[in-house]
Design a protein around this ligand. Structure first.
Ligand code: HAM
Length: 428
């Protein structure tokens, strides 16, 4: 029997992987300019980290984690997201003790969620994310949203929108919670069994139930905005003021609750508005999580961040018909005349690569004509021909494939000639 790839995973094949590299590189450059440094945390963590961090009433923790016991019967989980791990590392490495706060960290790597696979939803996906931990300042929230947006914008996406909300502080959340319970309690029997448990445990989760999302009581549920304390409302207003001044357009959506428990105050999502995009339109999600670090045993350290999957980012680029400017040119193809020159063609190929050119040769013992055909197909800029007779005199031929001109040169001038010709080509 043929063994197939697990459901909800993909092989990123040549032709596709270049796009991933390109996107990752653009994001890294953006983070670098914003003075964010990369953090690489393990792919698996103690299960408890996500139970405590992401929240044990969330779908992610109750239904979607890849959890297993290791050989010493310790419960481990493939990370479903990156924020809990980054907060753990912030505590573990005492980053709170550093003079410069917030700690500005970014990451890029695979996450795992046992979800029903569909377009834009996989069981293994790659998130690019950023976290700023140690400061509560509306400027950091606004900057975080601008940072996420800039990744999409620098790649050329236009049909995107930023949606924001505030989930307030503890007091706001408690008042909202009571109102939600009062709202849903009389009709809770009409909801799924999960929602019935959610009612007392975490009624906010009813609002993003995948089963009952169309129930009329969801649309009429009390809005968090009406329960924000003066302080929370003021913080939210400040965040919006920053967005206005930096000219980042946004829409507000008081029903946006996000699927993770650690959020308070600012939450946001970036959605694709492209017509060609599938049913799942959220490209990026993020927000503030002021209690998370404390929950994981560190000192109270407010944080804010976002994560986006590369899968959805590439789908958005495809929907807007944007092609990435991926360079895949071949500078030099070395043609050998006769098998005896094989070591020399290899030597010249390697020398060109060492000098910074992309270089290739034939490995199928093709005739000269066939080798030229390959060079043509690969769009080689220069073809270098090595023949036994010329070689005896220390000579090789360089053919410029754009002009069709060729010249015989001393093998010792090989790299210098390539460099000169390349330079002439660039300045022409
Ligand atoms: P999230 O909303 O669960 O938030 O996921 C963020 C993004 O990850 C989504 O907007 C989407 O692009 C991508 N994503 C999630 N699940 C899948 C999937 N099954 N297949 C493909 N892409 C997916 C978080 O993970 C938070 N840690 C974000 C955050 C960082 N909040 C603060 N800091």
């Amino acid at each position: 029997m043929k063994i197939q790839i697990p459901r909800g995973t993909v092989d990123i094949m040549p032709g596709e992987s270049e796009k991933w590299q390109y996107v990752e590189h653009v994001a890294q450059e953006i983070f670098k300019r914003a003075r964010y440094s990369e953090i690489r945390t393990p792919i698996f963590e103690h299960t408890e980290l996500f139970q405590k961090g992401v929240g044990d009433t969330t779908d992610i923790v109750t239904k979607e984690m890849y959890t297993f016991n290791d050989r010493k019967e310790r419960s481990m989980t493939l990370r479903p997201e990156g924020t809990a791990s980054v907060a753990r590392a912030y505590v573990e490495h005492k980053l709170f003790g550093q003079v410069n706060q917030p700690a500005k960290l970014f990451y890029c790597g695979p996450m795992f969620r046992y979800e029903r696979p569909q377009k834009g939803r996989q069981r293994q996906f790659v998130q690019i994310g950023a976290e700023a931990i140690g400061v509560q300042d509306p400027a950091v929230d606004a900057e975080m949203m601008a940072l996420a947006l800039s990744i999409y914008q620098e790649l050329g996406l236009k049909e995107i929108k930023l949606v924001i909300n505030s989930l307030g502080d503890k007091t706001s959340r408690l008042a909202h919670r009571e109102a939600l319970i009062a709202h849903f309690k009389p009709s809770i029997h009409e909801f799924c069994s999960d929602c019935q448990t959610r009612l007392e445990k975490n009624p906010l989760r009813i609002l993003d139930c995948k089963v009952d999302h169309a129930h009329p009581l969801i649309a009429t549920a009390p809005s968090i905005i009406d329960f924000l304390t003066d302080e929370s409302l003021d913080y939210y207003t400040q965040v919006k003021r920053h967005l206005d001044v930096i000219e980042v357009p946004y829409v507000e959506d008081a029903t946006m609750v996000r699927g993770l428990d650690y959020y308070n105050h600012t939450t946001f999502e970036i959605m694709s508005e492209s017509k060609g995009f599938g049913a799942i339109t959220t490209l990026c999600g993020g927000g503030r999580y002021n209690g998370l670090v404390e929950e994981l045993g560190g000192p109270a350290s407010p944080g804010v961040g976002f994560a986006m999957s590369i899968e959805r980012l590439l789908a958005a680029l495809a929907a807007e018909e944007i092609t990435l400017p991926i360079a895949n040119h071949l500078d030099v193809f070395v043609v050998g005349v006769g098998e005896a020159v094989s070591p020399i063609t290899l030597k010249l190929t390697l020398a060109a690569r060492k000098a910074g050119f992309t270089a290739e040769r034939d490995y199928l013992s093709k005739k000269v004509k066939g080798q030229f055909k390959t060079a043509d197909r690969e769009n080689a800029r220069f073809v270098v021909v090595v023949g036994e007779e010329e070689l005896a005199e220390g000579l090789i031929v360089i053919k410029d494939m754009t002009t069709g001109t060729q010249e015989k040169i001393a093998m010792s001038d090989y790299i210098a000639t390539l460099q000169k010709k390349q330079h002439e080509g660039e300045t022409n």
